[in-house]
Design a binder for this molecule. Structure first.
Ligand SMILES: Nc1ncnc2c1ncn2[C@@H]1O[C@H](COP(=O)(O)OP(=O)(O)OP(=O)(O)O)[C@@H](O)[C@H]1O
Length: 646
């Protein structure tokens, strides 16, 4: 930790000393460009790396930031201190606009729509000459502070300072509940909504915050170049930004800076054949050394290394036959991108991180540390049922529910009453409509007809996140964890509702946020302990054994402070000892006054846990009663045996 701080201080000192150490304005300007692009990439990484959305519209946002600065400077003569916040605000507003398609479409469709957004912005800049001066462009001077116009060197320092502030804000945001919400919506949008974290809202937040960074970068770029024109903000630039995030390494600020350096320096490198040869020789030597080490440590096979090693050495040898690199620039660039994207899918930072972890024989290193002096909490503290608004009467009343998919009635006129504090089993053969019922109760499906009354209020028509926040939590038949997040972070997403901090609280680390964060971490650890997963707190959820993933899902659901907990086949795929532990956990949950609906195929689990059981068959309720009664019911036996019972 100390070494890390020392390195950071040294890097910052070196950054500020750079214009003094290397006074050549060409190099100062080049580093300045890297810093500006880094700011944009911090933002783009929020959208691409964290929320998993594609954006080819960021060159357009960059242009909006630059033109806001240019227009305010040129038309209104506003000072730098005003154009900076205005560029951020205007671009953030456009980011909200760009978010709208992301709410409707995903993947290649989103790429197309954001690409169209970028193109429209460029055309508008070109055509709206009355505001933007069209193709002629706008000339600016370096910013002035009062009557004093800053020098090139001083401007570099301003950019460096703003880049560090942007870095800090991005880092803090992404390590907070906001960043966890962004990651959660990428890994499992359904689970995210069912944890009370609205996918809709957080997608918009991600685009707006990301655009704010693009706005700042655009503003600084305008003053840096002192001239802006529409042909800078083209689609190629958006693609380059996207490549920078991927090559540098997504979900990493260092990755963004590396990515920015690559896209600024690579064209220069490909201009100078001698420099290119030198860099390729160094790369080849590094490649051979690292490959040798990997083989010795048994981390990879010769077969896997063959193409990248031969490719790099081949490119190096090829460079010595080149007299002029200009004609080959695009081809070499393409080859490099192919090699990096294909072989370093986690980017350079991801590769280094994984390689280091593998060589050191450790699991991927997580920066999250456990709260040092964790107070040992009683179960009462970590588990608390949501406020029950109505204390008498059934907790849940499902009234004549019809759920139709085309001609198929997955639920056909089903009534269900769940009493408070009970465990209510829901069983039935495959395809009988049990999961459909869960989806109706949690707002994933809106029923064709009928009503669902929970704690005296109808939940039909409410969104999944609204229903979750009203106290209905669930687990999923196919585990829906946030795979790239640790067990602790998964629970923290469940505790999202305990946060009230704004972006400002997070960015400034105000006590409101730091208190909420440390309280949530203590509670998350308590919940992990409750289900016996305290030792796995820092393990990525996707690396946990299946049985542990299932109980982690239960702990995450408990984080929501539910009054009603829906467990969808929690024993599926579990070993006999795991099932025993699961039963103990279910009993403990019940002791805390939480009502449970349990879908289960294991009849021994149902018999052991449930007070009442309802049986569905072909979307209809065919029986209801105590487990023993239901099991001996003729209709139930017939349904399970497919009509062969006599
Ligand atoms: N989104 C959907 N679109 C079309 N049909 C659906 C949809 N969801 C469920 N169904 C159909 O509804 C019926 C009930 O499915 P459901 O998953 O609720 O059954 P289940 O009792 O949970 O089964 P299992 O025990 O196998 O999970 C099935 O015929 C299923 O194919």
């Amino acid at each position: 930790m100390k070494l890390k701080t020392l390195l950071l201080v040294a890097a910052i000192a070196l950054l500020f000393a750079f214009p003094l150490l290397v006074p050549n304005p060409y190099y100062v300007h080049m580093i300045e460009r890297i810093l500006i692009y880094s700011i944009l990439l911090f933002g783009l990484d929020i959208v691409v790396g964290y929320t998993g959305q594609v954006s080819l519209g960021h060159a357009g946002l960059f242009g909006i930031g630059a033109y806001t600065a240019g227009i305010l400077f040129f038309k209104l003569h506003l000072p730098f201190v005003l154009t900076v916040p205005l560029s951020i605000a205007v671009t953030a507003a456009f980011g909200g606009l760009l978010a709208l398609p992301a709410l409707k479409v995903i993947g290649p469709y989103l790429a197309m729509v954001t690409l169209a957004f970028g193109t429209i912005i460029q055309i508008l800049i070109n055509e709206m000459s009355f505001l933007t001066e069209g193709p002629v462009g706008i000339k600016l001077t370096k910013p002035s502070l009062g009557s004093y116009v800053v020098t090139e060197r001083e401007y570099f320092w301003i950019v460096a300072a703003l880049m560090l502030i942007a870095l800090l804000v991005a880092h803090r945001t992404l390590k907070s509940h906001l960043g966890r919400a962004f990651e959660a919506l990428r890994d499992s949008p359904i689970a995210c909504d069912c944890m009370g974290v609205s996918v809709y809202r957080y997608k918009v937040y991600a685009f707006v915050i990301s655009a704010g960074f693009a706005g700042l970068a655009g503003n600084l770029y305008a003053y840096s170049e002192q001239y802006i024109s529409p042909n800078t903000y083209v689609i190629e630039l958006s693609i380059l930004f996207l490549l920078a995030v991927i090559m540098g390494g997504r979900k990493s600020r260092i990755g963004s800076i590396l990515g920015a350096a690559i896209i600024v320096l690579l064209p220069k490198l490909l201009d100078d054949v001698v420099l290119f040869r030198q860099v390729m020789v160094v790369l080849s030597v590094l490649m051979v050394l690292l490959s040798g080490l990997s083989l010795v440590k048994g981390l990879t096979t010769i077969k896997k290394l063959l193409v990248p090693v031969i490719g790099t050495i081949g490119l190096t040898v090829f460079s010595f036959f080149l007299k002029n690199i200009t004609d080959w620039r695009l081809t070499i660039f393409g080859c490099m991108i192919l090699l990096v994207v294909y072989y370093l899918q986690d980017g350079i930072v991801g590769f280094v991180r994984n390689y280091y972890a593998a060589v050191m024989g450790k699991q991927s290193v997580h920066e999250h540390t456990l709260v040092a002096d964790t107070v040992v909490h009683s179960d009462k503290d970590v588990i608390s049922a949501a406020q029950q608004r109505v204390q008498s009467g059934p907790l849940l009343s499902v009234q004549s529910i019809l759920m139709q998919f085309g001609g198929l009635k997955a639920l056909n006129n089903v009534d269900l009453t769940v009493e408070r504090g009970t465990i209510h089993g829901l069983i039935g053969p495959n395809g009988s409509g049990k999961s459909t019922m869960m989806n109706v109760l949690t707002g994933i499906y809106v029923p064709t007809a009928g009503d669902v009354v929970y704690a005296s209020n109808s939940v039909v028509g409410k969104t999944s996140s609204e229903i979750a926040l009203s106290g209905i939590a669930r687990t999923f038949q196919n585990v829906q964890l946030f795979g790239e997040m640790t067990a602790l972070e998964n629970i923290l997403v469940g505790l999202h509702h305990t946060f009230d901090s704004s972006l400002l609280d997070v960015a400034l680390h105000l006590p409101k946020y730091t208190n909420e964060e440390s309280d949530a971490r203590v509670r998350a650890l308590g919940l992990l302990d409750f289900v016996g997963l305290a030792a796995e707190a820092n393990e990525e959820a996707r690396n946990l054994p299946y049985g542990k993933q299932r109980v982690l899902e239960i702990a995450r659901a408990l984080a929501l402070d539910p009054t009603l907990l829906l467990l969808d086949e929690p024993a599926a795929g579990l070993t006999a000892p795991d099932i025993k532990d699961l039963l103990a956990i279910i009993q403990k949950i019940r002791e805390h006054g939480i009502t449970i609906i349990l879908i289960e195929h294991h009849m021994d689990v149902v018999s052991a846990a449930c007070d009442t059981v309802s049986v569905l068959d072909f979307g209809q309720k065919i029986a209801e009663g105590k487990p023993a009664e239901v099991q001996s019911n003729e209709k139930v036996i017939e349904a399970y045996l497919g009509g062969q019972a006599t």
